[in-house]
Design a protein around this ligand. Structure first.
Ligand SMILES: [Zn+2]
Length: 418
């Protein structure tokens, strides 16, 4: 029994791992323990054994252990993954009261994220290492490579951004800061220049061809930043690094809000986090980054970066996204996205845990309608854009349509400050 318990202690990694010990010292008793109490449980069980009690059963209940054939497959980070005891959620007043109640509700969680971002940034020294410029038939391209140094990194991180400025018919005004998903780099990105978004039919390239200036910024860098992930969520880490470098690369313009954060899949969560922490943000567009957080916490695991989409302080993505109010917000989702409504179970594979069920309409559309209420109550711009594509198929046409009214000289102005 004790070796069994020890084996299970070794496996503990998140708050959902619970095990129950039943023992008999004359009468049957039961203890339910969480991972953080697991060592105490081993000592406790050892003491019971020494006292001559019989341990009848220990039941491990963990969503991280899945039975695949005869083998238990475990998807876990290699450290204790700790959730905040208080999960941030909207208050009833923020939902049903006036806009001022929502603004007031935002203060504490936004300050928390901004402090966390500042704490991450404090660990880094940033220097420009090289700048390469070239021109193609429709844009000037500047690839700037920065070196990010930190005592918490195994090696300095080479971090390259790519700024594309249209040669003709460029729109004056805000610059789009764009993030791509895991698909840009086969899961583990390194900090190299984002490429896929600027390739043929890439969303960044299409935006430039429509006149927008776009800065492609790396995301989905896990391994080198894993020490930071012990404490901070990956989307926030990537957002903190992005804003640090983008601010260095683009001095503020004459308007206080001059950046639009736009992202695809995990890059969408990064874009939202960047928009929350950066006072220069004027709008946010995400694609494939709005799905039931609590559902994925329980059931969705990608090998090697199991919960990299998680925001540990939050009860769901609704309060996370609500921190973007009152700035214009477009949430895009693909009808074919397995995390959007209407999908059944998904089989597991050697890199993916699979899903026991699809997401439900209230977890997806219901959550979006709640956000829509917050925005439209005061006439702010909110759009839930369901497009025919899949998880990482950002719809450029609809993003362009949504963002164009925000250009200088257009009538859309945002009256509420935050
Ligand atoms: Zn990841």
């Amino acid at each position: 029994m004790i070796p069994l318990l020890l084996q299970d202690v070794h496996r503990r990694d998140d708050k959902y791992c619970t095990y129950v010990i039943l023992w008999d010292c004359g009468s049957m008793s039961m203890l339910r323990v969480r991972w953080f109490q697991s060592m105490s449980a081993v000592v406790f069980a050892a003491a019971l054994s020494l006292a001559g009690c019989s341990i009848h059963k220990q039941v491990v209940s963990s969503t991280d252990i899945q039975v695949k054939g005869q083998q238990q497959v475990l998807w876990k980070p290699d450290y204790a993954y700790v959730y905040s005891p208080e999960q941030i959620d909207l208050s009833s007043q923020a939902i049903f009261g006036a806009a001022g109640d929502l603004l007031q509700w935002q203060q504490k969680p936004r300050r928390r994220l901004r402090l966390q971002a500042a704490e991450i940034q404090r660990h880094f020294r940033v220097r420009l290492a090289s700048r390469k410029s070239f021109r193609n038939d429709f844009a000037t391209v500047n690839n700037d490579t920065y070196i990010l140094e930190s005592a918490k990194l195994p090696l300095p991180l080479t971090y390259s951004i790519s700024r594309w400025t249209p040669l003709r018919n460029g729109l004056s005004g805000p610059v789009i800061v764009a993030f791509d998903g895991h698909g840009d780099c086969g899961g583990e990105c390194t900090g190299k220049v984002p490429e896929r978004m600027f390739q043929r039919n890439g969303f960044g390239r299409q935006l430039v061809q429509r006149g927008w200036s776009v800065i492609g910024v790396p995301t989905a860098i896990h391994k080198p930043l894993s020490k930071f992930h012990v404490t901070f969520d990956y989307p926030l880490i990537w957002a903190a690094l992005a804003t640090l470098v983008v601010h260095q690369a683009t001095p503020p313009s004459s308007t206080p809000r001059d950046l639009i954060y736009l992202g695809n899949a995990i890059g969408g969560l990064t874009a939202a986090a960047a928009s929350i922490i950066d006072p220069r943000s004027m709008a946010t567009v995400t694609n494939g980054a709005f799905f039931p957080l609590e559902f994925t916490r329980h059931h969705y695991r990608i090998k090697d970066h199991t919960l990299c989409h998680d925001m540990r302080d939050f009860a769901s993505y609704v309060p996370f996204y609500a921190l973007l109010y009152p700035l214009p917000l477009m949430i895009q989702v693909g009808e074919e996205d397995g995390l959007w409504m209407g999908h059944g179970p998904v089989k597991s594979s050697d890199w993916f845990s699979g899903l026991p069920r699809g997401a439900t309409s209230d977890e997806t559309v219901g959550a979006a309608l709640l956000l829509e209420r917050l925005w439209t109550r005061t006439g702010q711009d909110f759009s839930l854009a369901v497009h025919p594509g899949g998880h990482e198929d950002l719809d450029v046409s609809r993003a362009d349509q949504f963002l164009r009214p925000l250009l200088p000289g257009n009538s859309k102005r945002h009256t509420l400050s935050r």
